[in-house]
Design a protein around this ligand. Structure first.
Ligand SMILES: [Mg+2]
Length: 258
């Protein structure tokens, strides 16, 4: 039976705009021997096509069905749950709106019409937006967030990510947002294993650099969880971690040793 590899992107396959040494070769090697590969990112401010283009430019030939982001999985969730009267108010950037529309999700900009509110990373987040989301919630709209990441690493530091928008809304409602579709959600793990890799969890390898998203999702969904040390996690951090990886490797390059 083939193996299925789920690769996180930033910190695992590349660092910002620089490919991790050997990543392109090892991914090609896995594909050539018949294994299946999918790339997974929580970032909601770029489209799947943007990632196909970025990976291809870096030397990793990629097709659209090999890339899953949190926008796409949010659209899949909505398609499964919405009826024909439902409409979605979006707090997020244009790529999130575009990818929901691409999957035929009905969008509204009026909170009075919204039966769902989708919250993603929004670098133009403001009081009007949070008030709209809150007023929709007061009228019974269900809240969905794209990803739980508190921050996103950039050159020389980090900037607030979707977790900050979630925090603002939870501060207003006094309730946790129950549906967060990106890593480490079981919704996402199951979708990838059943619909893209089409393999049982024991044949799947979740490879990433973050303990609380990549490794946690792998462990909780009975996949092999592989930590790479090319991103934000060090070996010392693993000792104190709640979610311990099945394997630790220095770099994606070493994946074939497993
Ligand atoms: Mg990462």
């Amino acid at each position: 039976m083939p193996r299925g590899y789920v690769f996180d992107l930033d910190g695992t396959v590349y660092l910002d705009t620089k490919l991790i040494d050997g990543a392109a070769e090892v991914i090609q090697y896995l594909k050539d021997r018949g294994d299946r590969v999918v790339f997974l990112t929580n970032k909601s401010i770029s489209t799947r096509i943007d990632y196909v283009n970025k990976l291809s430019l870096l030397g990793i030939e990629t097709t659209l069905n090999e890339v899953v982001n949190s926008n796409y999985i949010t659209a899949k969730y909505l398609m499964d749950h919405m009826n024909e009267k439902d409409k979605v108010l979006v707090i997020g950037e244009q790529p999130l709106v575009d990818e929901l529309i691409e999957e035929n999700i009905r969008i509204t900009t009026n909170y009075k019409d919204a039966t769902y509110v989708v919250i993603g990373w929004d670098r133009e987040f403001n009081y009007e937006k949070i008030n709209n989301a809150y007023q929709a919630w007061v009228r019974g709209a269900k809240l969905i967030a794209t990803n739980p990441d508190r921050t996103c690493p950039i050159n020389n530091g980090q900037i607030p990510d979707c977790g900050a928008m979630i925090g603002a809304l939870e501060g207003a409602t006094g309730e946790p947002i129950e549906i967060v579709t990106g890593k480490p959600s079981p919704l996402l793990a199951k979708y990838v294993m059943e619909h893209i890799l089409r393999l049982p969890p024991s044949q799947c390898y979740m490879v990433g650099d973050r303990l609380e998203t990549d490794i946690r999702m792998g462990i909780e969904n009975e996949m092999n969880a592989v930590l790479v040390l090319t991103g934000i996690t060090t070996k010392e951090m693993v000792e104190k971690a709640a979610y311990k990886p099945t394997y630790i490797i220095d770099s994606i390059r070493d994946i074939i040793a497993i």
